[in-house]
Design a protein around this ligand. Sequence first.
Ligand SMILES: [Zn+2]
Ligand SMILES: [Zn+2]
Length: 309
Amino acid sequence: MRNQGTHERPRPKRKDADVFAGELPEELEYPVDNAPVRSFSHKGMTIEGYSRAAVQTYWRVPELKLGFDLGLQPWSFMSTPNWFVSHAHLDHIAALPVYVARRRLMRMEPPTIYLPAEAVDPVHALMRAYQRLDRGKQAANLVGLEPGQEVELSRELIVSVLETRHTIPSLGFLVWERRKKLLPQYHDLSGPEIRDLRLSGVEVTKEIRLGRLAYLGDTNPAGLDGNPEAYNAEILILEMTFVARNERPDQIHKFGHMHLDDFVSRADRFKNDWIIASHFSTRLHPETIQKIVSRALPEGLRDRVKVWL
Ligand SMILES: [Zn+2]
Ligand SMILES: [Zn+2]
């Protein structure tokens, strides 16, 4: 490392992951990217976000106009109008009033925020408290959800609400794309013939649903096993909070989290194009996490798992 002047301290090695390396604030010489955003694109969806246990979690897919969790709110995320909050732990919801206030400040429509039904009243109270403190109106449409419900965001986009298992009321979400598919018996007909049939009142198509994206928030493996459709979504965002050998699965499950071993033991079930493993604990250095995960995952799964650090 080069030191460019006697009065200057050595430049800290700049790696995004070093934000979590535990330096004391007074030792930081350069501004920290406090709301980092990683990004990844697949089949017309850009997954943007970041998630570390007890730090902050936020995801969005700009093309689908929706996001998951509001642990923090990068400035660029403000334009996304629909948010699904998995649970009310602070690292998943803390930025809710910030986001709501920013939308208003920037003259955007009040957002719609979906969240576990149990969280609606306390969040309303929180917004009222911020309204008094900040003297800015908190305007958002809060919608409480229960597992089994469906949210129709548009004609093409439906979100089903999944039951997950954490230490407080929590939800997962599966985003479906609804398409019309021509029934097989009409495959040989020409365009005008199909049109005439349709005009005469015959149903020539059937509705199909494509599981595009599943997000399970914080959960133990029951949240995954209870929602087998998640294994077939094109992209599955999952928490892998713990990876170290010496961390006990029964304890981890009791606290509503997953371990790397839970992935390995279900390796054959994942049919997803991509699995985003996230929400890693800060106990280990990112490089160590990456190494442990790559070594443990069997072939066939390893190259479909993105370690989101
Ligand atoms: Zn969490
Ligand atoms: Zn949590």
